[in-house]
Design a protein around this ligand. Structure first.
Ligand SMILES: Cc1cc2nc3c(=O)[nH]c(=O)nc-3n(C[C@H](O)[C@H](O)[C@H](O)COP(=O)(O)OP(=O)(O)OC[C@H]3O[C@@H](n4cnc5c(N)ncnc54)[C@H](O)[C@@H]3O)c2cc1C
Length: 419
């Protein structure tokens, strides 16, 4: 008979640990399986100068919160990693590290059969907490770049110093691409940036971090179903902004004034030439429009609530492209590295249960799937904006733990100190 547990949690990041905290407190038998080590994504797939873009006060896990000296600051990479690891030290979760789940299927005898790198397991309930960023989504034309150009994904990029001498082409301006372009630019590298359709948000407005205003406005409590665009929001690119040096805007127009070369979306590469859509001006304008519309909503909230907040003048574009550059000779520009910041795909091939839609996304309601006993946690927009972030993982974990608890026999004994 394979080893059996009431619940198996797959993934030992902040989501898996949050679930384990609830199950531990409720005395529910469970096991967390982590293919690497606890919280390793924070250590292994972020660049050296990485900082959070969300303020430290939003770092809340069940029974644990940021209590450091800088609640309005943005933890750097190693501090985030240490903070999440420190969480595990507070309650000793039953984690088995270096064990990957390679298969999960509904068991003919009920519950789920798991194949793992340490042998088979059986459980009555399974919580999939494997994050939302599995495989970098590279355009196929990346294969056409000559071997002399060093190609990295955003998850592999560490620092300017680790790249060969020369200019760097960064493709994509989601949160990672915009911050990596900033990192390279600040280090003195000449950056060529292919600007996509990601929106941006101002860091501060009218005396506070925009995140603080949006929190007070209840913005982060709105479930995905009630958001404009509904479930389609799950596909949206995150707003770019930075937490670097205490936090500031990322204004790509300012970078252009300082020498960064901006292009529209990259659409191809052939015979030494990179091709771009003539979409730069449109993308810059659209990103600014989103940032200004967020300010509009903050203004409206301040007026409605009668809050005494300093008035702040609005953003004025400091640069406009004179013309759209749609092709560049990569060698002539001196480009020696390309950083692909073009997003991620999910990879659930190991999960052999019919809970996916035509695009391969799991179908669920707040993480509860149509297959009894199978749950997802930690996915971007699982329920609200903060579901795939620190901001709301505690709420989502409690919701699922409550549902799991009612299905577990009443023989369990809650542990003290897990309110
Ligand atoms: C570049 C970047 C910047 C971010 N910045 C912020 C920010 O500023 N603020 C914020 O709140 N959030 C941020 N996030 C989002 C989010 O907080 C992180 O992605 C976080 O790591 C998600 O935690 P998680 O536990 O859901 O997933 P992960 O941290 O990805 O953990 C999942 C775990 O599952 C394990 N695993 C996967 N498959 C298997 C398997 N088959 N068997 C066993 N184990 C498996 C993995 O090894 C991993 O440890 C950022 C994300 C990225 C990518």
């Amino acid at each position: 008979m394979p080893e059996h547990h009431d619940v198996v949690v797959i993934g030992g990041g902040q989501a898996g640990l949050s679930m384990s905290w609830h199950l531990t407190g409720r005395g529910i038998d469970h096991l967390v399986l982590e293919r690497d080590t606890i919280a390793h994504e924070w250590r292994d797939t972020r660049w050296d100068n990485f900082t959070l873009v969300t303020p430290n006060w939003q770092c809340v896990l069940p029974g644990y919160r940021y209590t450091g000296p800088d609640p309005h600051g943005f933890m750097p990479r190693d501090e985030v990693y240490a903070w999440v690891r420190g969480y595990a030290d507070t309650f000793a979760p039953p984690v088995r590290e270096h064990v990957a789940v390679t298969g999960l299927a509904v068991s003919p005898s009920g519950g789920f059969d798991l194949d793992t790198t340490c042998g088979p397991l059986h459980c009555d309930r399974a919580v999939v907490a494997v994050g939302g960023y599995h495989t970098p989504a590279l355009p196929r034309f990346a294969e056409r770049l000559p071997a002399r150009i060093r190609q990295l994904t955003s998850a592999e990029y560490r620092s300017a110093a680790a790249l060969p001498e020369g200019d760097v082409l960064v493709v994509g301006t989601g949160q990672s691409g915009a911050q990596i372009a900033e990192d390279l630019h600040l280090s003195g590298r000449r950056v060529h940036l292919a600007v996509g359709s990601a929106p941006r948000v101002a860091r501060f407005y009218r005396g506070r971090d925009c995140v603080a205003w949006l929190q007070d406005m209840g913005h982060y409590d709105i479930p995905i179903e009630d958001q404009p665009g509904g479930l389609g929001k799950r596909e949206n690119t995150n707003h770019y902004v930075t937490g670097r040096d205490g936090g500031r805007d990322i204004d790509l127009r300012r970078f252009a004034c300082e020498g960064m070369a901006l292009y529209g979306r990259m659409i191809g590469f052939s015979s030494g030439t990179g091709y771009f859509e003539p979409s730069l001006e449109k993308s810059l304008d659209a990103a600014d429009a989103v940032a200004e519309s967020i300010k509009d909503s903050i203004d409206a909230y301040i007026a409605r609530a009668g809050i005494d907040a300093p008035v702040q003048s609005r953003y004025r574009p400091v640069w406009r492209p004179e013309r759209e550059v749609t092709e560049i000779d990569v060698a002539a520009q001196g480009i020696t590295s390309v950083i692909w910041s073009t997003g991620f795909r999910t990879d659930y091939r190991w999960l052999r249960v019919g809970v996916f839609d035509g695009e391969g996304h799991p179908c669920h309601n707040r993480g509860v799937t149509g297959t009894p006993g199978l749950y997802f946690l930690g996915l971007p927009w699982l329920h609200t904006w903060g579901s795939g972030r620190f901001a709301a993982i505690a709420r989502d974990a409690k919701y699922l733990a409550d549902r799991i608890t009612v299905t577990v026999p009443e023989t369990v004994t809650a542990r003290a100190g897990f309110a």
